[in-house]
Write a protein that binds this ligand. Structure first.
Ligand SMILES: O=P(O)(O)OC[C@H]1O[C@H](O)[C@H](O)[C@@H](O)[C@@H]1O
Length: 575
C-alpha cells in the first residue's frame, strides 16, 4: 500500500478518536508530511521500536504500540501455556505517554491471557532487566526512547535472560506486527478489570529493595568511601527521569554523606524542560549542575538519562575546572579499576574478559591485554554485548568482568543484562573515592592511564539525515562507499577495509581478502596506515550517520591532531 492509501485508511478508520482524526485531517495537502508518517511501519532497530510521537504508521502511538504488543503476545503464545503464565514485566520512563503505553501494553497482554507484572510508576531499565531475571518472567517491555529528545518515545523488548530481544525473536514480533490489522486485530481489555482479575500485578518499592541490595553487594571498596565521605561531595541529576530515586539511594547506601540532587531536574517531566536533550553525552545538560558545583565546591557530577541506562560524569580537575570524561574514557578507567581491585583481592577469575562494541576505544583492549585479560568486540547495541555474556556463561569459556559502549553504557555483574546506570553511578563514585585516597581526581587518573598505556583520542560525528529522504541518503551513501572504496582519509592511506555486512576484509595494497568473524551489520571499518580506526555506520536509534574516529599515538598533541584532521575529512566524506 502506498503512503497516500495508508493515510486514507487511517483517516477512514473508526478506531481513531476525534482528536486523532483532526491531527490527520490537518495534514491534507502536505504530501511530504503524509509521506513521512505513512511511507512504512516503524521497525525494530538497535533498541526495538523508536520514533517520534504522533498519529501515523511511522509514528509512536497507541496503534503502533498496540500492534507491537500483539506481535509480542503472538510470539509468547507460540511457546505455550507455561510461557504465558511466566508472562511479561512492563516498566516505563518519564516520557510523554510512557505510562499510557505501559497500561496499554499491559491490557493487551492480559487480554491475550498472558500474565503481567507492571510497575506503579517509572523505573530504570536495569530494574526491569533484573526483575525479568529474578522473577523469571519470559519477557520484559520498557516504554522509553532512552536518551532521545522529547519528541520521541520507544518500545524496548527484553527476553528471559534480561537482555534485549535477540534478532530471531525480534523478527517474529516484526512479522506478526506486519501481518495484523492494527485497528481490528489487537485484543485488549480494561486495565482495572485485568488488575482486579489478577492478570496484571502492580509492583513497587519491594522490587527496588531487592535490586538495591544486589547492587550494593558489588561495591568493591567501601573502605575508600568511608575515608573520604565526610567531605567528598557529589551532585546527581536524573534529567527528569527514572534514576531519581535509586541512584541517590545507592550512593547513600555505600556510604556517601553529601549527595546533592539538582532540584529542577529531579522533577519528573517528559518535556525535559531544563535541557535541549536528556542525553548525558551532551555537556549542555549539566550546566545547572556545574553552576551548583562551582558554588558548593563539588568534586563529582553524575547524570543519568530518562530510562537510567546511560550515565555521564563531569568532574573537577586538579586545576579546579569542570571537565567531562567521555564514555570511552570512563570505560577504560572502570576496566583498569576493576582489574586492579580483582588482583588486589585475589578474585580474578581464570579466564577474565572485558567486552566492548566495535566502535568503542581500542584503549580498552590495550588495558585489558596488558593485564592478562581478553577483550572482545560486538556490534553496537547492548543486546550484542549481552549475547556474548550469555555465550560465555553457557560455554564457560570466559568470565566477563565488565562490558561497555562508548555511548555511556556500562555493566558489570550478573544481576542485569542491559546497561545499568545505577551500578555505573555507584562504581564511578566508588572509583572517585579510591583515587581521592591517593590524592588524585578521576581526571588525574585518566592522565596517568595515558602515560601507562599510551595516548588515545576518539570522536564521534553524527550527521543528521531526517525523514524519508534521510533514509534514502543514508542507503545511497553506504552504497557509494561500497562501490568506490575510500583509498585515503585526510591524506592518510587506508590499509584495509572491513565490510561488517559481508564480513570481508580487503587489503587495499594487494586486493587480498579475508573473512572476519563479526558480520551482518551495516558498518564500514577502515584501518588507516597510521593506526587510526575510521568507522562509518547508520545509527540504529536515530536518523543519523555516525562516523567514529579512534586514534592512538605517543602524545596528546599527536592524537588530538589526528582526530581533528580525520574529523574534517569525515565531514567531506559524509554529506
Ligand atoms: O548508534 P546507535 O545505533 O544510535 O546506538 C547508540 C546506542 O543506543 C542505545 O542507547 C542502545 O541501547 C545502545 O546499545 C547503543 O549503543
Amino acid at each position: 500500500m502506498g503512503y497516500m492509501e495508508e493515510y486514507r485508511k487511517w483517516m477512514e478508520s473508526p478506531a481513531l478518536t476525534e482528536a486523532e482524526h483532526a491531527e490527520l485531517a490537518a495534514l491534507e495537502g502536505d504530501e511530504k508530511e503524509i509521506q513521512e508518517r505513512f511511507f512504512a511501519p516503524l521497525s525494530f532497530g538497535t533498541a526495538g521500536l523508536r520514533g517520534t510521537l504522533g498519529v501515523g504508521l511511522y509514528k509512536m502511538n497507541r496503534f503502533t504500540v498496540g500492534a507491537a504488543t500483539q506481535g509480542l503476545a503472538n510470539l509468547i503464545k507460540q511457546y505455550g501455556p507455561r510461557a504465558m503464565q511466566r508472562g511479561v514485566a512492563i516498566a516505563c520512563d518519564s516520557r510523554i505517554q510512557s505510562d499510557e503505553f505501559s497500561h496499554l501494553a499491559a491490557s493487551i497482554l492480559a487480554a491475550n491471557g498472558i500474565n503481567v507484572i507492571e510497575w506503579e510508576s517509572l523505573r530504570p531499565v536495569p530494574v526491569l532487566s533484573f526483575t525479568v531475571r529474578t522473577y523469571g518472567t519470559l519477557a520484559g517491555v520498557m516504554i522509553t526512547a532512552s536518551h532521545n529528545p522529547k519528541e520521541y518515545n520507544g518500545y524496548k523488548v527484553y527476553w528471559e535472560d534480561g537482555a534485549q530481544l535477540p534478532p530471531k525473536e525480534a523478527d517474529v514480533v516484526a512479522k506478526e506486527m506486519g501481518a495484523l490489522d492494527m485497528f481490528t486485530e489487537v485484543k485488549t481489555m480494561d486495565h482495572q478489570e485485568a488488575v482486579d482479575k489478577g492478570l496484571i500485578k502492580i509492583i513497587g518499592p519491594e522490587s527496588d529493595e531487592i535490586y538495591l541490595r544486589q547492587i550494593q553487594k558489588m561495591c568493591i571498596n567501601p573502605d575508600c568511601i568511608a575515608q573520604v565521605a565526610d567531605d567528598f561531595k557529589i551532585i546527581y541529576t536524573p534529567f527528569h527521569g527514572a534514576g531519581y530515586k535509586l541512584v541517590p539511594e545507592i550512593l547513600k547506601r555505600i556510604g556517601y554523606k553529601n549527595v546533592i540532587c539538582v532540584p529542577e531536574q529531579m522533577v519528573i517531566d517528559g518535556n525535559f524542560p531544563t535541557v535541549k536533550s536528556p542525553n548525558p553525552e551532551n555537556k549542555e545538560g549539566f550546566n545547572i549542575a556545574i553552576e551548583m558545583a562551582k558554588e558548593m565546591g563539588v568534586d563529582l557530577i553524575i547524570g543519568t538519562d530518562p530510562d537510567s541506562d546511560r550515565c555521564g560524569t563531569v568532574l573537577k580537575s586538579s586545576t579546579g575546572e569542570y571537565v567531562t570524561l567521555s564514555g570511552n574514557q570512563m570505560g577504560v578507567l572502570l576496566i583498569d579499576y576493576i582489574i586492579t581491585a580483582k588482583k588486589l583481592t585475589n578474585t580474578m577469575p581464570p579466564h577474565p574478559a572485558v567486552l566492548k562494541s566495535v566502535v568503542s576505544t581500542e584503549m580498552a583492549r590495550k588495558v585489558a591485554n596488558d593485564n592478562g585479560v581478553e577483550c572482545f568486540d560486538t556490534f553496537t547495541g547492548f543486546k550484542f554485548l549481552a549475547e556474548k555474556i550469555k555465550q560465555f556463561e553457557e560455554t564457560g569459556s570466559h568470565q566477563y568482568l565488565f562490558a561497555f559502549e562508548e555511548s555511556y553504557g556500562y555493566l558489570c555483574g550478573d544481576h542485569a543484562r542491559d546497561k545499568d546506570a545505577v551500578i555505573a553511578s555507584m562504581l564511578i563514585a566508588e572509583m572517585a573515592a579510591y583515587y581521592r585516597t591517593k590524592g588524585m581526581t578521576l581526571y588525574d587518573a585518566m592522565q596517568d592511564m595515558y602515560k601507562r598505556y599510551g595516548y588515545y583520542a576518539e570522536e564521534t560525528l553524527s550527521i543528521v539525515m531526517p525523514g524519508v529522504s534521510g533514509l534514502t541518503r543514508m542507503a545511497e551513501l553506504m552504497k557509494e562507499l561500497r562501490e568506490s572504496p575510500l583509498k585515503e582519509v585526510g591524506g592518510t592511506a587506508v590499509k584495509d577495509v572491513r565490510d561488517l555486512q559481508t564480513g570481508i576484509q580487503t587489503e587495499l595494497a594487494t586486493g587480498e581478502t579475508t573473512e572476519v568473524e563479526l558480520k551482518g551489520q551495516n558498518v564500514l571499518y577502515y584501518d588507516l596506515s597510521d593506526g587510526t580506526s575510521f568507522i562509518i555506520r547508520p545509527s540504529g536509534t536515530e536518523p543519523k550517520v555516525k562516523v567514529y574516529i579512534m586514534a592512538n599515538g605517543a602524545s596528546k598533541e599527536e592524537v588530538d591532531a589526528k582526530v581533528e584532521k580525520y574529523a574534517a575529512a569525515a565531514k567531506e566524506i559524509v554529506k
